[in-house]
Design a protein around this ligand. Structure first.
Ligand code: HMG
Ligand code: MG
Length: 341
Protein backbone atom coordinates (compact mmCIF):
# COMPACT_ATOMS: atom_id res chain seq x y z
CA UNK A 1 0.00 0.00 0.00
CA UNK A 2 1.00 3.63 -0.21
CA UNK A 3 2.27 3.79 3.34
CA UNK A 4 4.49 0.73 3.38
CA UNK A 5 7.12 2.09 0.99
CA UNK A 6 10.02 3.97 2.55
CA UNK A 7 12.26 6.10 0.36
CA UNK A 8 15.94 6.08 1.20
CA UNK A 9 18.19 8.93 0.14
CA UNK A 10 21.72 7.54 -0.02
CA UNK A 11 24.07 10.33 0.99
CA UNK A 12 27.27 8.25 1.20
CA UNK A 13 29.11 9.72 -1.80
CA UNK A 14 28.64 13.27 -0.45
CA UNK A 15 27.92 13.40 3.29
CA UNK A 16 29.73 10.09 3.71
CA UNK A 17 32.98 11.09 2.04
CA UNK A 18 33.24 14.86 2.56
CA UNK A 19 34.93 14.54 5.94
CA UNK A 20 37.64 12.04 4.94
CA UNK A 21 41.07 13.56 5.46
CA UNK A 22 42.90 11.64 2.72
CA UNK A 23 42.03 12.66 -0.79
CA UNK A 24 39.91 9.88 -2.27
CA UNK A 25 40.55 9.13 -5.95
CA UNK A 26 37.66 10.26 -8.10
CA UNK A 27 37.61 6.78 -9.67
CA UNK A 28 36.69 5.34 -6.25
CA UNK A 29 33.90 7.88 -5.83
CA UNK A 30 32.55 7.08 -9.28
CA UNK A 31 32.76 3.35 -8.56
CA UNK A 32 30.80 3.95 -5.34
CA UNK A 33 28.05 5.77 -7.26
CA UNK A 34 27.98 3.05 -9.93
CA UNK A 35 27.68 0.28 -7.36
CA UNK A 36 24.99 2.08 -5.36
CA UNK A 37 22.99 2.51 -8.58
CA UNK A 38 22.76 -1.30 -8.78
CA UNK A 39 21.17 -1.86 -5.38
CA UNK A 40 17.63 -0.62 -5.95
CA UNK A 41 18.35 2.76 -4.38
CA UNK A 42 16.56 5.49 -6.30
CA UNK A 43 18.06 8.65 -4.85
CA UNK A 44 21.79 9.24 -4.44
CA UNK A 45 23.43 12.43 -3.22
CA UNK A 46 26.52 12.24 -5.39
CA UNK A 47 28.60 15.32 -4.64
CA UNK A 48 28.70 18.98 -3.75
CA UNK A 49 29.58 22.23 -5.50
CA UNK A 50 30.94 24.05 -2.46
CA UNK A 51 34.15 26.01 -2.01
CA UNK A 52 37.13 23.63 -2.29
CA UNK A 53 38.85 25.83 0.30
CA UNK A 54 36.16 24.83 2.77
CA UNK A 55 35.70 21.16 1.83
CA UNK A 56 38.66 19.98 -0.26
CA UNK A 57 37.37 16.41 -0.50
CA UNK A 58 34.43 17.50 -2.67
CA UNK A 59 36.58 19.43 -5.16
CA UNK A 60 36.20 16.77 -7.85
CA UNK A 61 32.41 16.52 -7.72
CA UNK A 62 32.24 17.98 -11.22
CA UNK A 63 33.97 14.84 -12.51
CA UNK A 64 31.31 12.72 -10.83
CA UNK A 65 28.59 14.77 -12.47
CA UNK A 66 30.36 14.41 -15.83
CA UNK A 67 30.47 10.68 -15.31
CA UNK A 68 26.76 10.50 -14.51
CA UNK A 69 25.98 12.58 -17.60
CA UNK A 70 28.30 10.73 -20.00
CA UNK A 71 28.04 7.18 -18.74
CA UNK A 72 24.77 7.05 -16.87
CA UNK A 73 25.26 4.28 -14.32
CA UNK A 74 23.32 1.19 -15.33
CA UNK A 75 20.24 0.66 -13.26
CA UNK A 76 16.86 -0.94 -13.74
CA UNK A 77 15.11 2.36 -13.01
CA UNK A 78 15.86 6.06 -13.28
CA UNK A 79 17.99 7.41 -10.47
CA UNK A 80 17.72 10.85 -8.97
CA UNK A 81 21.10 12.44 -8.26
CA UNK A 82 21.25 15.23 -5.71
CA UNK A 83 23.97 17.89 -5.72
CA UNK A 84 24.64 20.04 -2.68
CA UNK A 85 25.37 23.71 -3.30
CA UNK A 86 25.80 26.69 -0.96
CA UNK A 87 25.45 29.65 -3.31
CA UNK A 88 24.83 30.84 -6.87
CA UNK A 89 28.48 30.22 -7.68
CA UNK A 90 27.94 26.51 -6.98
CA UNK A 91 24.74 26.52 -9.02
CA UNK A 92 26.52 28.16 -11.97
CA UNK A 93 29.28 25.56 -11.85
CA UNK A 94 26.69 22.79 -11.73
CA UNK A 95 24.49 24.19 -14.51
CA UNK A 96 27.35 24.94 -16.89
CA UNK A 97 28.35 21.28 -16.76
CA UNK A 98 24.78 20.07 -17.03
CA UNK A 99 24.23 22.22 -20.13
CA UNK A 100 27.54 21.42 -21.78
CA UNK A 101 26.98 17.70 -21.45
CA UNK A 102 23.37 17.53 -22.49
CA UNK A 103 23.07 16.61 -26.17
CA UNK A 104 20.91 19.14 -28.01
CA UNK A 105 17.38 18.02 -28.58
CA UNK A 106 17.42 15.85 -25.49
CA UNK A 107 15.41 16.85 -22.48
CA UNK A 108 17.95 17.84 -19.88
CA UNK A 109 15.37 17.91 -17.17
CA UNK A 110 13.01 15.00 -17.55
CA UNK A 111 9.98 15.32 -15.35
CA UNK A 112 10.64 13.29 -12.22
CA UNK A 113 8.33 10.31 -11.69
CA UNK A 114 5.71 10.69 -8.99
CA UNK A 115 7.28 10.53 -5.57
CA UNK A 116 7.02 6.96 -4.26
CA UNK A 117 6.10 8.38 -0.86
CA UNK A 118 2.84 9.68 -2.21
CA UNK A 119 1.79 6.76 -4.35
CA UNK A 120 2.36 3.10 -4.95
CA UNK A 121 5.90 1.93 -4.40
CA UNK A 122 7.99 1.47 -7.52
CA UNK A 123 8.25 -1.85 -9.32
CA UNK A 124 10.93 -3.57 -7.32
CA UNK A 125 12.02 -6.36 -9.59
CA UNK A 126 12.41 -4.83 -12.99
CA UNK A 127 14.98 -6.96 -14.79
CA UNK A 128 15.89 -4.66 -17.66
CA UNK A 129 19.29 -3.04 -17.31
CA UNK A 130 18.99 -0.33 -19.93
CA UNK A 131 20.35 3.00 -18.77
CA UNK A 132 17.61 5.39 -17.77
CA UNK A 133 18.04 9.13 -18.01
CA UNK A 134 19.21 10.44 -14.67
CA UNK A 135 17.15 13.04 -12.85
CA UNK A 136 18.99 15.85 -11.11
CA UNK A 137 18.00 17.75 -7.98
CA UNK A 138 19.61 20.57 -6.05
CA UNK A 139 20.26 20.49 -2.31
CA UNK A 140 20.70 23.65 -0.31
CA UNK A 141 21.54 23.81 3.38
CA UNK A 142 21.10 26.01 6.39
CA UNK A 143 21.00 25.24 10.11
CA UNK A 144 18.87 25.73 13.18
CA UNK A 145 21.53 27.68 15.08
CA UNK A 146 23.45 30.85 14.25
CA UNK A 147 26.76 29.43 15.46
CA UNK A 148 26.62 26.38 13.21
CA UNK A 149 25.49 28.41 10.20
CA UNK A 150 28.49 30.72 10.66
CA UNK A 151 30.94 27.82 10.94
CA UNK A 152 29.48 25.94 8.00
CA UNK A 153 28.72 28.70 5.54
CA UNK A 154 30.19 31.89 7.01
CA UNK A 155 26.86 33.69 7.18
CA UNK A 156 23.83 34.17 9.41
CA UNK A 157 20.67 32.08 9.07
CA UNK A 158 18.87 35.06 7.52
CA UNK A 159 21.72 35.56 5.03
CA UNK A 160 21.61 31.86 4.15
CA UNK A 161 17.92 32.18 3.26
CA UNK A 162 18.72 35.22 1.11
CA UNK A 163 21.35 33.16 -0.75
CA UNK A 164 18.74 30.54 -1.53
CA UNK A 165 16.30 32.88 -3.28
CA UNK A 166 18.16 33.03 -6.61
CA UNK A 167 19.03 29.32 -6.38
CA UNK A 168 15.40 28.43 -5.84
CA UNK A 169 14.27 30.70 -8.68
CA UNK A 170 16.76 29.24 -11.17
CA UNK A 171 16.02 25.71 -9.99
CA UNK A 172 12.30 26.20 -10.64
CA UNK A 173 13.01 27.74 -14.04
CA UNK A 174 15.01 24.64 -14.97
CA UNK A 175 12.42 22.24 -13.58
CA UNK A 176 14.90 20.97 -10.99
CA UNK A 177 13.58 19.98 -7.60
CA UNK A 178 15.21 21.63 -4.61
CA UNK A 179 15.74 19.89 -1.29
CA UNK A 180 16.71 21.96 1.74
CA UNK A 181 18.60 20.69 4.74
CA UNK A 182 18.21 22.09 8.23
CA UNK A 183 21.31 21.01 10.16
CA UNK A 184 21.75 20.66 13.91
CA UNK A 185 17.99 20.29 14.37
CA UNK A 186 18.42 18.08 17.46
CA UNK A 187 21.64 19.40 18.91
CA UNK A 188 24.44 21.78 18.00
CA UNK A 189 28.17 21.33 18.59
CA UNK A 190 28.45 25.02 19.51
CA UNK A 191 25.11 25.86 21.17
CA UNK A 192 24.44 22.55 22.92
CA UNK A 193 21.85 19.76 22.86
CA UNK A 194 18.73 21.88 23.35
CA UNK A 195 17.92 23.37 19.99
CA UNK A 196 14.51 25.07 19.89
CA UNK A 197 12.15 22.93 17.80
CA UNK A 198 10.14 26.07 17.01
CA UNK A 199 13.20 27.53 15.31
CA UNK A 200 13.40 24.40 13.13
CA UNK A 201 9.70 24.68 12.32
CA UNK A 202 9.98 28.38 11.49
CA UNK A 203 12.89 27.68 9.12
CA UNK A 204 11.11 24.74 7.51
CA UNK A 205 8.04 26.90 6.86
CA UNK A 206 10.21 29.65 5.32
CA UNK A 207 12.01 27.17 3.08
CA UNK A 208 8.77 25.56 1.92
CA UNK A 209 7.21 28.96 1.25
CA UNK A 210 10.30 29.84 -0.75
CA UNK A 211 9.65 26.80 -2.92
CA UNK A 212 11.67 23.95 -1.42
CA UNK A 213 10.25 20.59 -2.51
CA UNK A 214 11.49 18.73 0.55
CA UNK A 215 13.04 19.56 3.91
CA UNK A 216 15.67 17.23 5.29
CA UNK A 217 15.73 17.68 9.04
CA UNK A 218 19.23 16.75 10.12
CA UNK A 219 20.54 15.52 13.44
CA UNK A 220 24.09 16.48 12.53
CA UNK A 221 25.54 15.74 15.95
CA UNK A 222 23.54 12.60 16.72
CA UNK A 223 22.32 14.24 19.95
CA UNK A 224 18.72 13.38 19.06
CA UNK A 225 16.83 11.00 21.32
CA UNK A 226 13.43 9.37 20.97
CA UNK A 227 11.59 12.01 23.05
CA UNK A 228 13.39 14.89 21.36
CA UNK A 229 12.61 13.46 17.94
CA UNK A 230 8.94 13.06 18.87
CA UNK A 231 8.78 16.60 20.21
CA UNK A 232 10.38 18.02 17.07
CA UNK A 233 8.02 16.13 14.77
CA UNK A 234 4.99 17.26 16.77
CA UNK A 235 6.20 20.86 16.58
CA UNK A 236 6.70 20.60 12.81
CA UNK A 237 3.26 19.12 12.42
CA UNK A 238 1.67 21.82 14.60
CA UNK A 239 3.32 24.40 12.33
CA UNK A 240 1.34 22.94 9.43
CA UNK A 241 4.18 21.05 7.77
CA UNK A 242 3.05 17.95 5.91
CA UNK A 243 4.81 14.69 6.65
CA UNK A 244 5.28 14.13 2.92
CA UNK A 245 7.43 17.27 2.73
CA UNK A 246 9.90 15.98 5.30
CA UNK A 247 12.92 13.70 5.25
CA UNK A 248 14.81 12.76 8.41
CA UNK A 249 18.60 12.67 8.39
CA UNK A 250 20.07 10.91 11.40
CA UNK A 251 23.67 10.51 12.48
CA UNK A 252 24.50 7.62 14.77
CA UNK A 253 27.03 9.30 17.07
CA UNK A 254 25.20 8.19 20.23
CA UNK A 255 23.73 5.01 18.73
CA UNK A 256 20.24 6.53 18.63
CA UNK A 257 19.68 6.75 14.89
CA UNK A 258 17.54 3.60 14.54
CA UNK A 259 15.42 4.39 17.59
CA UNK A 260 14.86 7.90 16.29
CA UNK A 261 14.03 6.53 12.83
CA UNK A 262 11.32 4.29 14.27
CA UNK A 263 9.88 7.25 16.16
CA UNK A 264 9.83 9.20 12.89
CA UNK A 265 8.18 6.25 11.10
CA UNK A 266 5.47 6.22 13.75
CA UNK A 267 4.91 9.90 13.03
CA UNK A 268 4.34 9.05 9.38
CA UNK A 269 7.71 10.03 7.93
CA UNK A 270 8.56 7.95 4.85
CA UNK A 271 11.83 9.46 3.60
CA UNK A 272 15.13 8.88 5.36
CA UNK A 273 18.74 9.79 4.56
CA UNK A 274 21.49 7.27 5.22
CA UNK A 275 25.03 6.42 4.16
CA UNK A 276 26.29 2.99 3.17
CA UNK A 277 28.73 1.56 5.73
CA UNK A 278 27.72 4.35 8.14
CA UNK A 279 30.12 6.69 6.36
CA UNK A 280 30.28 10.30 7.26
CA UNK A 281 30.65 13.20 9.55
CA UNK A 282 30.55 16.92 9.05
CA UNK A 283 33.80 18.89 8.88
CA UNK A 284 32.13 21.67 10.88
CA UNK A 285 30.71 19.44 13.60
CA UNK A 286 33.67 18.30 15.69
CA UNK A 287 33.28 14.76 17.00
CA UNK A 288 30.23 13.95 14.90
CA UNK A 289 30.48 10.44 13.52
CA UNK A 290 28.79 8.85 10.58
CA UNK A 291 25.32 8.87 9.20
CA UNK A 292 23.05 6.01 10.09
CA UNK A 293 24.20 3.07 7.96
CA UNK A 294 21.88 2.45 5.02
CA UNK A 295 22.17 -1.30 5.64
CA UNK A 296 20.96 -0.88 9.24
CA UNK A 297 18.05 1.32 8.24
CA UNK A 298 17.02 -1.07 5.44
CA UNK A 299 17.24 -4.04 7.80
CA UNK A 300 15.06 -2.28 10.38
CA UNK A 301 12.48 -1.17 7.82
CA UNK A 302 12.27 -4.64 6.26
CA UNK A 303 11.84 -6.17 9.73
CA UNK A 304 8.80 -3.92 10.17
CA UNK A 305 7.28 -5.19 6.92
CA UNK A 306 8.10 -2.00 5.03
CA UNK A 307 9.49 -1.96 1.49
CA UNK A 308 12.57 -0.05 0.41
CA UNK A 309 13.30 -1.70 -2.93
CA UNK A 310 16.91 -2.06 -1.79
CA UNK A 311 18.90 -5.29 -1.94
CA UNK A 312 20.62 -5.43 1.45
CA UNK A 313 23.18 -8.02 0.38
CA UNK A 314 24.44 -5.83 -2.44
CA UNK A 315 24.46 -2.86 -0.10
CA UNK A 316 26.39 -4.77 2.58
CA UNK A 317 29.07 -5.73 0.06
CA UNK A 318 29.42 -2.07 -0.97
CA UNK A 319 29.70 -1.01 2.68
CA UNK A 320 32.53 -3.46 3.21
CA UNK A 321 34.27 -2.53 -0.03
CA UNK A 322 34.19 1.25 0.50
CA UNK A 323 35.29 0.88 4.14
CA UNK A 324 38.30 -1.11 2.95
CA UNK A 325 39.05 1.49 0.31
CA UNK A 326 39.06 4.17 3.02
CA UNK A 327 41.04 2.03 5.45
CA UNK A 328 38.36 2.19 8.11
CA UNK A 329 35.93 -0.12 9.85
CA UNK A 330 32.57 -0.90 8.31
CA UNK A 331 30.18 0.77 10.77
CA UNK A 332 27.06 -1.11 9.70
CA UNK A 333 25.98 -3.83 12.13
CA UNK A 334 23.39 -5.30 9.77
CA UNK A 335 25.82 -5.08 6.87
CA UNK A 336 28.52 -7.06 8.66
CA UNK A 337 26.00 -9.61 9.94
CA UNK A 338 24.53 -10.05 6.46
CA UNK A 339 27.99 -10.71 5.02
CA UNK A 340 28.85 -13.16 7.80
CA UNK A 341 25.77 -15.32 7.12
P1 HMG B 1 33.33 32.34 2.05
O1 HMG B 1 34.78 32.12 2.31
O2 HMG B 1 32.57 33.18 3.00
O3 HMG B 1 32.99 32.93 0.62
O4 HMG B 1 32.64 30.91 1.95
P2 HMG B 1 33.85 33.50 -0.54
O5 HMG B 1 32.84 33.99 -1.53
O6 HMG B 1 34.87 34.44 -0.01
O7 HMG B 1 34.58 32.25 -1.15
C1 HMG B 1 35.81 31.72 -0.70
C2 HMG B 1 36.51 31.10 -1.88
O8 HMG B 1 35.76 29.99 -2.38
C3 HMG B 1 36.65 32.04 -3.07
O9 HMG B 1 37.82 31.66 -3.77
C4 HMG B 1 35.46 31.73 -3.91
O10 HMG B 1 35.65 32.01 -5.27
C5 HMG B 1 35.32 30.24 -3.71
P3 HMG B 1 39.07 32.68 -3.92
O11 HMG B 1 38.48 33.90 -4.56
O12 HMG B 1 39.52 32.93 -2.50
O13 HMG B 1 40.05 31.94 -4.74
N1 HMG B 1 33.95 29.76 -3.84
C6 HMG B 1 33.59 28.66 -4.50
N2 HMG B 1 34.28 27.76 -5.22
C7 HMG B 1 33.61 26.75 -5.75
N3 HMG B 1 32.28 26.56 -5.60
C8 HMG B 1 31.56 27.43 -4.88
C9 HMG B 1 32.21 28.53 -4.30
N4 HMG B 1 31.78 29.54 -3.54
C10 HMG B 1 32.86 30.30 -3.26
N5 HMG B 1 30.25 27.21 -4.73
C11 HMG B 1 30.89 29.40 1.29
C12 HMG B 1 31.22 30.77 1.85
C13 HMG B 1 29.40 29.20 1.45
C14 HMG B 1 31.29 29.36 -0.16
C15 HMG B 1 31.67 28.34 2.08
O14 HMG B 1 31.41 28.52 3.43
C16 HMG B 1 31.29 26.93 1.70
O15 HMG B 1 31.55 26.46 0.60
N6 HMG B 1 30.71 26.17 2.65
C17 HMG B 1 30.31 24.81 2.41
C18 HMG B 1 30.56 24.01 3.63
C19 HMG B 1 30.13 22.58 3.42
O16 HMG B 1 30.13 22.05 2.32
N7 HMG B 1 29.78 21.91 4.53
C20 HMG B 1 29.39 20.55 4.50
C21 HMG B 1 28.03 20.35 3.93
S1 HMG B 1 26.69 20.67 5.07
C22 HMG B 1 26.56 19.18 5.94
O17 HMG B 1 27.39 18.34 5.83
C23 HMG B 1 25.34 18.92 6.74
C24 HMG B 1 24.35 18.03 6.03
O18 HMG B 1 24.92 16.80 5.64
C25 HMG B 1 23.17 17.73 6.92
C26 HMG B 1 23.62 17.40 8.31
O19 HMG B 1 24.02 16.27 8.58
O20 HMG B 1 23.57 18.34 9.10
C27 HMG B 1 23.81 18.70 4.77
MG1 MG C 1 24.88 14.83 7.49
Amino acid sequence: SRTDYVRIVEVGPRDGLQNEKQSIPVSTKIELVNRLAQTGLRTIEAGSFVSPKWVPQMANSSEILEHVLNNTPQSPHPITYQWLLPNVRGLDNFLSLLHSKTPSGQDAYPTPPPSPGTGEGPALNSSSQTPSAPIHELSIFTAATEAFTQKNTNCSIAESLKRFEPIMARGKEMNLKVRAYISVALGCPYEGPNVDPHKVAELAVSLLEMGADEISVADTTGMGTAPKTAELLKTLSAAGIEKGDLALHFHDTYGQALVNSVVALEHGIRTFDAAVGGLGGCPFSPGATGNVATEDLVHTFHSLGLKTGVDIEKLAAIGEWISQELGKADESRAGKATLAQ
